[in-house]
Design a protein around this ligand. Structure first.
Ligand SMILES: [Zn+2]
Length: 314
């Protein structure tokens, strides 16, 4: 499919043309589609309805284990796991063979943070992760925002290089956090609320974004790449990650270990664009004049999903 047909297909099948969710389905001739699970922001001290922090952590690990011992990547924000419970959770992830990545200590918004402060914040999380002797160093920017100017962007690229870090980029960006937030609000009002509609929309949303970014990658990168799906270590995934993994497999996605996905050279690419960030596929397309005027910014946000969530009564 060429770019025009690709964009037209999104325009004709969804309300947020030309970018948003589509019902594109893989054809028998489509290349194999593979993705790895990555989860950001474990919160060891956060109190949510239904499940304790320990139970949430155990449920997410159990869902990955049940999917054939799938190895994910957990991107850790230091301030949220700087406790006995947090260290226990990280130890469980490390012992199960998952990749522990750096997501900074304080989850600052880099475009509005001086480089010196931001880089020091990254180093602070590095010191915490060193306790778990991660065999590799991967960094993921908070909010997926990697700099608004060339100087800002390149300062962190040089810093990460010097520290031995490689990219922990997302390729399939999504807004699971927005669904989680509505689900928790509902449970706070009604602890016995029916969660089936949240589960259904979660599966629908992630499958749609996966389709979108896989199609965009085929055009912008010129080949099928192993994808890294952005999810969060939250109540929604503690409840439904297992269902999501089964759903994605049913749609023809091959689930791969995060380390195997990150080993693809695509993750070492550095699109020459500002502002830079979002999905690495988005940034790659953004740097390509063929896609001029075709990509929304921000690439993902609650605002794009809110109308449908409102209709569904979430
Ligand atoms: Zn985050």
């Amino acid at each position: 499919m060429d770019r025009r047909r690709f964009l037209a297909s999104f325009a004709s099948t969804c309300a947020f043309a030309p970018f948003a969710a589509s019902a594109l389905s893989p054809t028998p001739a489509a290349p194999a589609r593979s993705l790895a699970i990555t989860l950001d922001d474990p919160e060891a001290e956060a109190s949510y309805p239904l499940l304790s922090a320990d139970a949430r952590n155990a449920a997410i690990l159990s869902a990955l284990d049940a999917a054939g011992g799938l190895r994910a990547a957990l991107f850790v924000c230091g301030k949220r796991v700087d406790s006995a419970a947090g260290r226990r959770h990280l130890r469980a992830w490390a012992d199960a063979g998952h990749l522990l990545g750096n997501h900074s200590w304080s989850h600052r918004f880099y475009p509005r943070t001086p480089f010196e402060e931001f880089s020091a914040d990254v180093s602070r999380c590095d010191a915490l992760l060193a306790e778990y002797a991660p065999p590799e160093k991967r960094f993921r920017f908070p909010y997926l925002k990697e700099g608004d100017t060339v100087a800002q962007r390149d300062a962190m690229r040089s810093f990460l290089d010097a520290q031995g870090y490689r990219s922990g980029a997302v390729t399939i960006d999504a807004s699971d956090w927005a669904i989680d937030s509505r689900l928790r609000r509902r449970l706070a009002k009604d602890p016995k609320a029916n969660l089936t509609p949240y589960r259904a929309f979660f599966l629908e949303h992630i499958a749609a974004r996966a389709d979108y970014y896989a199609s965009l990658a085929n055009l912008a990168v010129g080949r099928a790449i192993p994808h890294t799906l952005l999810l969060h270590h939250n109540l929604l995934n503690a409840l439904f990650l297992g269902d999501l993994l089964a759903h994605l497999r049913g749609l023809g996605w091959q689930l791969v270990d995060a380390r195997a996905a990150f080993a693809d050279p695509f993750f070492d690419s550095r699109p020459d664009v500002v502002p830079v960030g979002e999905s690495l596929v988005w940034a790659t397309a953004r740097a390509d004049t063929r896609f001029e005027g075709e990509l929304r910014y921000p690439a993902e946000d609650e605002r794009y999903e809110a109308p449908r969530m409102d209709i569904l009564g979430l």
